[in-house]
Design a protein around this ligand. Structure first.
Ligand code: ADP
Ligand code: MG
Length: 616
């Protein structure tokens, strides 16, 4: 050991991590190469970024590339890059200490699913250490881009310590030599390395060479700059896989190349699922932003509106000033223009999908509809553009998604309103007494049963010339003919008055009033809001925000033509059975509105009613 060599001890967590990797039985050990290439690519990107502002760089003209080589006899694999390099101190810091959180998170994940954790080791910020799945020892020799810095090397065998010492290296960048363990000798093979590069690192943005060859192994020509006609479906999917490490193929992709008003190349994906996979490579929302091949932002959130944040992909624009990270006016102005272009393209693609492929759009809507609804609720500038993307189940087409335009097309002539009903789920909402008058008249009602729907309504009060109206608050003109026929079967006026009084007596201050209605047909009763109370959807918003949980007091409306009401009029006033029926009518109405605080409390009464029925 040279005089100024120093030995350092790994921290406890790092030792644990190394222990797991050294003894891992994980089959895909080849991913160590993916991790090292990814680090080399990071180092090259950082060098390129430095070079924008820093004049004084070692070997400014050296090609930015990655080179792999093997020594089959000695069982050595070497990976070398011309990136930013590391000084002695940086070697100690970057390869000796792991951000506590990264090591902890990895150990935590490895406890439950070691193979999965290892597969995505890079996302814990400890990718370098995957080398110890295959290495007997590792030597990293590096020379910083800073011309004054001296070369240094780092050496470890995977036990408790590592050594750092001065080294000879004329060229800028980092060389990593790996002496393979006996059972990993298979990797000392050029053609094996070639296969691994193609499989995991094909889209790395710098040339990768193997051996002395000057033939590039990876595609590198950025896929987003390749003309659309030259890119196969498989390449799009493969690029997505390498970008995200998601298992499921994306729902669709959008390849954008435009010259005006800004020059931009982009590939955007709609993922299969709204939730990122647990082991996705993408840790945050946002698009990867490049300018002239320089990675400017790994997770740019400024390129699409919030409601399109589920979109993944890469954006590359030559028009971006390279000091974009400094948030200059010019940069933010440019970003705003990019955002406009990208948003327009995404909108166009969705519109086209909706028109051309109903099934694909239904799949999109099922997964990402809530994002669009959220956009309508919270983005006043965008909301009107989003209306046409909305889809709804309806009372007449409960199994299909309809657009607002389709609803209007089916609408009876002369109607001015779009009706909706809010509730907890489609099935119970379809039983709602509020729908009686709509059913008998054949009027369609939108079913709004997603938790975000009440918020959606705050941003959707009118569409084209049609106001949106809550079915529970709508008073449709009763049909004259129908009305007469019903009245023939209704209880007499005197009996009805008695009944209404009985309901008031029995329900007391649970309700504000009891009255008759002609707007029910198959339902016995319904609850309506007194004039001036909060709209039902707003009641839900408050419930959701947990502001108010008490049952709001409502008016109970009775259907005088219903068999139960007629029968009730014949029952002895004040009998146990009559009381139970009145209570049950009220609580059933609560239940159908989705506001019964404790449905199971009805069981004893239902039992009482069954016993009474059986006695007859
Ligand atoms: P991550 O890449 O997530 O930071 P790694 O464990 O893969 O975590 O790498 C640790 C650190 O080591 C990197 O952040 C970087 O600073 C340094 N490093 C690794 N490889 C290189 C390289 N080829 N050139 C320069 N620095 C490197
Ligand atoms: Mg890494």
């Amino acid at each position: 050991m040279a005089d100024d060599a120093s030995t350092y001890t790994f921290k406890a967590e790092t030792r644990q991590l190394l222990n797991i990797l050294i003894h891992s039985l994980y089959k895909e050990r080849e991913i160590f190469l993916r991790e090292l290439i990814s680090n080399a690519s990071d180092a090259l990107n950082r060098l390129r970024f430095e070079a924008l502002t820093e004049q004084n760089i070692l070997e400014p003209d050296a090609e930015l590339c990655i080179r792999l080589s093997v020594d089959e006899k000695k069982k050595l694999v070497t990976i070398e890059d011309t990136g930013i390099g590391m000084t002695k101190d940086e070697l100690v810091k970057n390869l000796g200490t792991i951000a506590q959180s990264g090591a902890k998170a990895f150990l935590e994940a490895a406890k439950d699913a070691p193979d999965q954790a290892i597969n995505v080791i890079g996302q814990f910020g400890v990718g370098f250490y995957s080398i110890f799945m295959v290495a007997e020892w590792v030597r990293v020799t590096s020379r910083s881009f800073n011309p004054r810095a001296k070369a240094a090397s780092w050496y470890a065998t995977g036990d408790d310590s590592f050594q750092v010492e001065p080294a000879e290296k004329a060229n800028r960048g980092t060389r990593i030599e790996i002496k393979l363990k006996k059972d990993a000798a298979e990797f000392a093979d050029e053609s094996r390395l070639r296969t691994i590069v193609k499989r995991h690192s094909d889209f790395i943005g710098f040339p990768i060479y193997i051996g002395d060859s000057s033939e590039q192994v990876n595609q590198q020509a950025a896929l987003w700059r390749t003309p659309r006609k030259d890119v196969s479906e498989e390449q799009y999917n493969e690029f997505y896989r390498q970008l995200t490490l998601e298992f499921e193929e994306p729902q669709s992709h959008l390849h954008i190349t435009t010259d005006a008003p800004v020059r931009v190349y982009a590939i955007l994906y709609i993922p299969a699922k709204a939730e990122r996979g647990m082991f996705s490579l993408r840790k945050e929302d946002g698009l990867k932003l490049y300018s002239r091949n320089i990675l400017i932002d790994e997770y740019s959130k400024d390129l699409l509106p919030e409601h399109f944040r589920f979109i993944q992909g890469v954006v590359d624009s030559e028009d971006l000033p390279l000091n974009v990270s400094r948030e200059t006016f010019q940069a933010s102005n440019m970003i705003a223009r990019l955002k406009k272009v990208l948003t327009g393209q995404v909108m166009g693609a969705l519109r086209k999908m909706a028109k051309k492929d109903r099934e694909a759009y239904a799949r999109f809507w099922k997964e990402f509809g809530p994002f669009i609804k959220q956009g309508v609720a919270t983005d006043p500038a965008e909301r009107e553009h989003l209306y046409e993307l909305l889809r709804f189940k309806t009372s007449l087409q409960p199994d299909d998604w309809s657009s607002l335009d389709e609803y209007i097309e089916r609408m009876q002539a002369g109607r001015k309103e779009i009706y909706y009903i809010v509730g907890d789920d489609d099935r119970s909402v379809l039983l709602s007494p509020h729908l009686d008058q709509f059913k008998s008249k054949g009027i369609e009602v939108l079913l709004l049963t997603h938790p975000v729907d009440p918020f959606l309504l705050m941003g959707l009060q009118k569409y084209r010339d049609f106001d949106l109206k809550n079915a529970a608050q709508a008073e449709l003109e009763p049909d004259a003919k129908e009305d007469k026929a019903d009245q023939a079967e209704a209880v007499t006026e005197g009996a009805l008055e008695n009944l209404i009084n009985r309901f008031k007596e029995q329900l007391g201050d649970k309700i504000t009033a009891v009255r008759e209605t002609r707007r029910l047909s198959s339902s016995v009763a319904r609850l309506v809001d007194p004039e001036g109370s909060l709209a039902p959807e707003m009641q839900r918003v408050y419930k959701y925000l947990d502001r108010e949980t008490a049952i709001p007091k409502k008016i109970l409306e009775l259907n005088p033509s219903h068999a139960i009401i007629r029968g009730l009029a014949d029952l002895e006033a004040g009998s146990d059975l009559e009381k139970a029926i009145i209570d049950q009518i009220y609580e059933s109405a609560l239940l159908l509105d989705g506001i019964h605080p404790d449905p199971s409390s009805m069981t004893p009464r239902i039992q009482q009613l069954m016993e009474a029925a059986l006695k007859k």
